[in-house]
Design a binder for this molecule. Sequence first.
Ligand code: DX5
Ligand code: ZN
Length: 216
Amino acid sequence: MNCLSPSILAADISRLGEEIKCIDEAGAHYVHIDIMDGHFVPTISFGAPLMKSIRGLTERVFDVHLMVKEPARLVKEMVACGADIITVHAESCVHLDRTIDKIKERGAKASVALNPATDLSCLEYILPKLDMVLLMTVNPGYGGQKYIPYATQKIRNLRQMIEERELDIDIEVDGGINLYNVQEVLNAGANIIVAGSAVFRGDKVANVEEFLKVMR
Ligand code: DX5
Ligand code: ZN
């Protein structure tokens, strides 16, 4: 199934509750929550207190993207704050396998993110344990960047890798996705679409509806 996961990094944080209700009512399936620690990526975004405060506003899936060093230490807290899917970066985990186990033991769905330049080969052994793979289509750390064109071939290669192994794994793409290139990533094999600026800039409801039309 194709799902839209608007990234609240691009929302008006002073009116975050209304922003979330708006994308929920417009039909977005997930809420993408970017947690940044100022170490793994240069910026700091938000953390557990914010997640807790918005959890009661929507039943939508909380799709939590941890851009932090050694994310294993946050797993318990993230699940307690209502995370449904937890994505950790392969580049930020010394013990990736153990971190994935920790997420699954807590009852959340487990996902691994790869930076644009990270090779798919690092998924070779861990792939069967995953519910989702997040392919970064920009360098993580900021919203509003341009899609990196070579990511399209990487999406195709990952979809092929999943099919060859007869696995059922979602491919999420994150960064620079808009109404002009979403068809390209869908054709390549992505099925979970993160969009920050392309949803929250301008008319949010119309933007979500346009995405959903293309994704149907
Ligand atoms: C980037 C974040 C993204 C970001 C996407 O590090 O992981 O989720 O919010 O924003 P856009 O869609 O504006 O590129
Ligand atoms: Zn993200």
